[in-house]
Design a protein around this ligand. Structure first.
Ligand SMILES: Nc1nc2c(ncn2[C@@H]2O[C@H](COP(=O)(O)OP(=O)(O)OP(=O)(O)O)[C@@H](O)[C@H]2O)c(=O)[nH]1
Ligand SMILES: [Mg+2]
Length: 333
């Protein structure tokens, strides 16, 4: 880790990166694995890769907007994302990556295969890349791997869609990584009450009620969700209670199976694209803080705070990490 600043990018890694930028699936998958790898050798390579990318902006033109979809199991996240990807990649101008965080790997392999089949059968666009990340039991593991993968994907893709299940800590963390977070729920109040109880309604930027296969159901769902949001007083609603303009309240009513409301949602997502890498600095800080807190607790994070400006001025996450660890060692001496 000490020599981190002096290593050039190795020729075979450069070749892999060039191939990945052309969206070749195997080199892309290998590079993501490198970003998920916790060894210090991999950290050096990551630093070199990000430096190379930043030094050659013309070769890495991904707009890099990260969109998070979270919500209860079975609400239709994968189905809806597959539909959205079909629309978004239809004319081959947008490059889209989907990162699905799969919780079922702890229990059974069913949903992993299900997700992959749904995505693969639905869309063969060369501009679409799908990756499933296992939700292992290691504390902070999921989001750290997801964070690392998005560091690379932001430079190669225009849009990165993250799918997470449930309303646990990793979903709360996803909001720090996403430029825009959608909470996906099923029609009729059950989900909404559950989310309100868990204090989750304030997290998303937008709401999607999926499985609104018929207009009547969509209307009822809209009014119910609006009433919940009004009651929670966390969201400033549009003055007019107007179903036709639900999107003004950041409420989208969709049916993935009947392809209703999906074009409107895709259009909205496209309108988010220019947000582009804006938050990357804060994201580094957030995940560095998590990693240091896991290893050194409050002692570590207080040292981070003391050196905040110096750490924040470094370009890559690895440089920030090296600097933070050096400051911790210095303090211990
Ligand atoms: N009627 C109806 N069924 C849907 C709709 N969208 C998804 N489904 C069905 O709901 C079930 C779950 O869909 P998924 O897309 O796997 O849901 P998910 O939220 O990704 O599920 P997990 O990843 O397991 O949390 C499947 O049987 C889908 O066919 C919809 O708009 N209408
Ligand atoms: Mg799914």
């Amino acid at each position: 880790m000490k020599d981190i600043l002096t290593h050039p990018l190795e020729p075979d890694v450069l070749h892999q990166l060039t191939q990945a930028a052309a969206l070749k699936k195997l080199p892309l998958a290998k590079l993501i694995s490198l970003f998920e790898n916790r060894s210090s050798g991999a950290a050096q390579q990551r630093h070199n890769i990000i430096r190379h990318i930043l030094d050659h902006p013309a070769d890495f033109t991904g707009k890099g907007a990260v969109i998070g979809f979270t919500g209860t199991p079975g609400a239709g996240k994968s189905s809806l994302i597959a539909e959205l990807c079909k629309i978004l990649t239809a004319n081959n101008t947008l490059r889209v990556a989907v990162l699905a965080i799969d919780p079922s790997s702890q229990q059974s392999g069913g949903s992993i295969l299900g997700d992959r089949t749904r995505m693969r059968s639905g869309n063969k666009s060369k501009n679409l890349f799908f990756r499933s990340q296992a939700s292992n039991l290691e504390l902070g593991g999921v989001t750290h791997n997801t964070f690392q993968a998005t560091r690379l994907l932001r430079h190669l893709f225009d849009l990165i869609i993250i799918e997470t299940v449930g309303i646990g800590q990793s979903e709360i963390d996803i909001q720090y990584m996403s430029d825009h977070t959608f909470l996906l729920m099923q029609p009729l109040a059950g989900d909404q009450i559950q989310f309100m109880k868990a204090g989750i309604m304030e997290i998303p930027d937008s709401f999607v009620v999926n499985k609104c296969d018929e207009e009547r159901l969509a209307r009822t769902s809209y009014h119910m969700l609006r009433a919940s949001l009004k009651q929670s007083k966390l969201i400033v609603l549009n003055a007019k209670d107007d179903f036709k303009n639900a999107a003004k309240d950041n409420i989208f009513l969709t049916s993935a199976t009947k392809q209703k409301g999906t074009h409107e949602l895709a259009e909205f997502i496209e309108s988010l694209l220019p947000t582009n890498k804006a938050a990357s600095r804060d994201i580094d800080w957030f995940y560095l803080g998590k990693s240091i807190a896991d290893q050194y607790g409050k002692f570590g994070t207080s040292i981070m705070d003391q050196h905040k400006d110096e750490i924040a001025s470094r370009t890559t996450y690895e440089e920030k990490l090296v600097l933070t660890l050096a400051a911790i060692v210095q303090q211990v001496k």
